[in-house]
Write a protein that binds this ligand. Structure first.
Ligand code: ZN
Length: 425
């Protein structure tokens, strides 16, 4: 019994400790950036180091250093070498895993430049990159000990000297969600237009619940970084523009999927200020965008749906919300129906207890039948995650489903609220 008590006490104090890491004991008020090449095929992956870099600002939390969320397909974990204690972790996603789902990945290998940031350690740490496979099993795919006081290869280049301007919020960065908006395809003469566009997008975002209720805790800054040419690349139409982030439509052959693989330029520009989330605003009228969890969000400025797309993509980038839309004609296999998806806002009913089951009223039938008279009835509606069968959503309509509404469903909302708390409390 005595022994058991000791073990229990140890276990509890261990848990308490891991949730209350003393930031100042382990970290400097700056960021460590790890840049690497992520390469492989549909069934293989390799992380190859590009560089470690010291960046002057840390925009993230200083109190919840171990992420409470199990979101994203990758995880960076920092372990204090002296005590073997985990002192920082955070999840994220990248384009690589999405690419692994493409046909191309079955026949060729491809490489993507990627980057992850963490607070800058004071002493020797072990840095691990973990990857989750299609059976939801985590594996460490890269690890390295880094002594920040001895390793003279840690890049200490100055940040670029672009002007930064704050357009919303004034809370300290460790008590706020910090969004940095970066212009893509705006020439020097168009930077004033960028400023106006970024302000308009911010106003749109702050009209939507639950951002509306949290607008004081959302810092938005813009970096005035010009491109040589206006617009962006449209490979399918033979349009190529010389722009600062080298973004393009037609990612993985989807015309509207707008992304960049120039992560080095992106991080360099973002490093001029504090940030938790990067938003790239692209100077074009064309419809499109993308949002990759804790990596970056991307949207076009002048399409009639730009404001809807801006908020939708931010659902992906900020909270790892899944797409709730689906195709009638196509049985997509993006989600394995034998497993519960890890995103909060869709379910295969394999482990519905983990999802919004406790939010349902007792008389709710599963699946729930569409009833236009009760648009805000929380239920289990079939069709989500690109497939009309076997994957379910909570509302008939939601921002993660279509551009026809400007509201997130209850489940998406409460997920965003949890993530907002992580950044602000
Ligand atoms: Zn939703």
């Amino acid at each position: 019994m005595y022994k058991l008590l000791i073990i229990l006490t140890l276990f509890i104090s261990e848990m308490g400790f891991s949730q209350n890491i003393d930031f100042d004991k382990y970290f400097k008020d700056a960021s460590l950036r790890f840049d690497y090449i992520h390469s492989g095929t549909d069934t293989s992956e390799l992380i190859s180091k590009e560089m470690f870099k010291l960046e002057p600002y840390w925009g993230g939390t200083k109190t919840k250093l171990i992420s409470p969320f199990d979101y994203g397909n990758y995880k960076v974990v920092v372990i204090d070498s002296a005590s073997s204690k985990e002192i920082y972790s955070n999840g994220y996603s990248t384009l690589f895993m999405e690419w692994q789902n493409t046909k191309e990945a079955k026949s060729v290998s491809r490489a993507f430049y990627e980057s992850v940031i963490m607070p800058f350690p004071k002493n020797t740490v072990k840095i691990e990159i973990r990857s989750i496979d299609f059976n939801q099993k985590w594996t460490t795919i890269y690890s390295e000990y880094l002594n920040p006081n001895k390793d003279y290869f840690i890049n200490k280049d100055k940040v670029p000297s672009y002007p930064v301007s704050q357009i919303n919020g004034n809370k300290p960065s460790d008590k706020a969600l910090d969004i940095v908006i970066i212009p893509e395809g705006y020439t020097k003469d168009e930077l004033e237009k960028f400023y106006v566009d970024a302000k308009r997008m911010t106003e749109f975002l702050l009209e939507v619940s639950p951002f509306k209720e949290n607008s004081e805790s959302i810092n938005v800054r813009v970096v005035l970084a010009p491109s040589e040419e206006s617009g962006t690349d449209i490979p399918g139409a033979g349009v190529w523009k010389n722009t600062i982030l080298n973004s393009n439509f037609y990612t993985f052959n989807s015309e509207r999927y707008l992304t960049t693989t120039d992560i080095k330029s992106l991080r360099d520009i973002a490093s001029t200020t504090y940030y938790d989330q990067i938003y790239i605003l692209v100077n074009t009228e064309k419809y499109g965008g993308g949002g990759i969890y804790n990596f970056y969000n991307l949207c076009t400025a002048d399409n009639k749906y730009s404001k809807e797309v801006f908020t939708h993509e931010f659902g992906h980038g900020l909270s790892w919300l899944a797409d709730e839309y689906y195709y009638d004609d196509e049985m997509s296999e993006y989600y394995d129906k034998k497993l519960e998806p890890r995103e909060a806002n869709i379910t295969t009913l394999v482990n519905f207890d983990k999802k919004w089951k406790n939010k349902l009223s007792k008389d709710t039938e599963i699946p729930t039948v569409i009833n236009p008279k009760t648009p805000n009835k929380i239920g289990v509606y079939e069709g989500a995650g690109y497939t009309s069968k076997g994957v379910y959503r909570a509302y008939q309509n939601c921002k993660m489903k279509s551009n026809s509404t400007n509201e997130f469903c209850e489940v998406c909302k409460s997920t965003i609220v949890d993530v907002m708390e992580y950044y602000t409390k």
